[in-house]
Structure formats: C-alpha cells, structure tokens
Ligand binder design. Structure first.
Ligand code: NVA
Length: 316
C-alpha cells in the first residue's frame, strides 16, 4: 500500500496526484478500522515535531497517532529559540535528521517548510504554514468520504463543497485537494481577502486536469445548491491585530455560516477545522447541530496523519 503511494515529503497539496490522495484516504480509513494491524509499524522510529504556533488538534493527533503506530514523538516548541534565528533552518533540518526518522513542522512561512525539506535527510510533513494546511484537508476529505451515504452521493467527486470565509491556508489546501479529486468546489471570500493568486492558478490547472468545477466569487448570494459548507476563522494565527479586529468582523459579517446560508444552499453538512470563533464565522447553533461534522474532522486528523506517516516511513 505505502509503496504505491510513494511520497517523499508531505508539504503542499498540489504535489499530490489523484491516485496518491485516494490511496491515502483509503489507507487512513483502513488504519481507523483496524488500528491493531498497524500498532507496530513505527516501532523504533522517532518523529520530531516543531511548533512555531499554538496547537491543540495537530499536536495531540500527531503525538497520539504516532503512539498508536508504535513510534515515539518529540514536541519542540520555541524553547530552543525561533526557527532560523538561533540556528539556520538548514542546520535545524540537518541536526534533527541525525536523530529523527521524520520531521513534522508547524511554521509561519512556507519557506521554512521548503528549507526543512531541502536540507533534511528524512521526510518532512507540513503541519500548517501561511499557505497550506494539507493534513487538515486530508482529514476533511476522509470525513466527506465517510459521509457519502448520508450525503446520498456515490463518489467523492460528486460532492458540491463550498468554503466561505478568509482566503487562507485552510481554504487553499481544501481548494487544491478538491481540484485534484474532481470535486465541485466554490470559494467565497470577501473582497480583499481572496485566495493567493498563485494558489488559485495551481488549483485552476489541477481542476482542468481532473474535470473539477471551480467557482471563485465574492458574492455569497450567488452560490446555488451545495452539499457541504466549510468555514474557518476570519483571523488566522499570526494575523491578529487588535486595532483591526472590529473592522474585519464587520467586513466579514455577511459571510457568516448560519441558518440563512443553509436554507439558501440546502447544504446537509457544515465543516470547520477549529478552533471556531462562535458567532463570528459560524453560529453556535450550527456548530453544535447534527449537521456539524467538526469532531469527525478532528478525529480524522489523527488517522489521516497516520496514513501519511505509514506511507512515508514504511515499505509494506
Ligand atoms: N487558518 C487558521 C487555521 C487554524 C487551524 C490559522 O492559520 O490560524
């Protein structure tokens, strides 16, 4: 299984082929269903986890997932100084490669992820950067795959998915994976908060190759029938500016995921990567409702990452 996925690193969504992504989703579901079969696959292996930003789900899901696979995880916060300041990113990568079998990194800049991958002699996994959050998008498509029957859909490529909110790392990864998988994807962002132009261009070319529909708009009233609505915080980690908060909340207010939007689109499910800012990007009522699959997404972070680790570190 891992041989056919054949990954060197897990850095950015657009580096994945459709067959690799489908195989990762399948492997994650297999590990989730039969974890005992995988309990020794990382025996004797260690994973160094660098965190430049806060984390609940990513930290815990990697740590416990690695433990479930029989491996050992080491958390590295900022206690050793900032990445690239006390030591160069290249030296960080080379030193960690002396001890670890893989590096997981949550960083501010995608350049740091690229620098780590360039200089490490072990696989590197992107656990969120300014541009991408591929571990999240993988968990999201695992979750949608599990929900197909409920959505009354036969294949993941038939899902109609809309992301509403800030054109950020989470939206980029979701859009790219949707384009790879052939999913009908709509990105709705307020004016001035669109996706990065380069990422959009990549998504458009991937969508062309897979036959996916990709619709990008600022007009929330224009989106038609949808199966799933997704949202994320309007202010990402590192972009917090107390002086701008009120202005941003007012600008984004029409883009809240609420009962009216569900009525307008007929969506059956709502998704959120969390942490959620209730009554900002999503209402408490919807977040807590039966339509919400946010905790399935959170759980699938662990199984998706296990699949990535198995495919990177084992040759079954
Ligand atoms: N866009 C958010 C995702 C948090 C998981 C952030 O970067 O802060």
């Amino acid at each position: 299984m891992s041989e056919s996925i054949n990954l060197q690193h897990f850095l950015a969504d657009d580096q994945l082929k459709q067959n690799q992504l489908l195989a990762l989703i399948k492997l994650a579901i297999k590990i989730k269903q039969t974890p005992a079969d995988f309990s020794q696959v990382l025996l004797g292996k260690s994973v160094a986890m660098i965190f430049e930003k806060p984390s609940l789900r990513t930290h815990v899901s990697f740590d416990m997932g690695i433990n479930k696979l029989g491996g050992h995880a080491l958390y590295l916060g900022q206690q050793n100084g900032k990445l690239g300041e006390r030591e160069r990113v290249s030296d960080y990568a080379k030193n960690l490669s002396c001890y670890a079998d893989a590096i997981v990194a949550r960083v501010f800049s995608h350049n740091s992820i690229q620098g780590l991958a360039e200089h490490a002699s072990v696989p590197v996994i992107n656990a969120l950067c300014d541009l991408y959050h591929p571990c999240q998008a993988l968990a999201d498509f695992i979750t949608m795959t599990e929900q197909l029957a409920l959505l009354k859909i036969n294949d993941i490529s038939e899902v109609k998915l809309t992301y509403v909110g800030d054109g950020n790392n989470v939206s980029h990864s979701l859009m790219l994976m949707a384009a790879i998988l052939g999913v009908d994807f709509t990105l709705v962002t307020p004016l001035g908060f669109e996706a990065e132009a380069d990422v959009l261009t990549k998504a458009q070319s991937l969508a062309k190759a897979s036959g996916a529909k990709l619709n990008v708009t600022c007009d929330i009233s224009s989106i038609g029938a949808q199966d799933v609505i997704y949202t994320d915080t309007w202010i990402s980690m590192g972009n917090e500016d107390a002086n701008q908060k009120a202005q941003i909340l007012a600008h984004f207010a029409p883009y809240q995921v609420n009962h009216n939007l569900i009525k307008q689109t007929g969506a059956k499910q709502v998704m959120h990567c969390q942490p959620a800012h209730l009554e900002e990007e999503i209402t408490t009522e919807l977040f807590d409702s039966d339509m919400s699959v946010v905790f399935q997404q959170a759980e699938n972070r662990m199984w998706g990452q296990c699949a990535v680790l198995v495919s990177l570190l084992t040759k079954e």
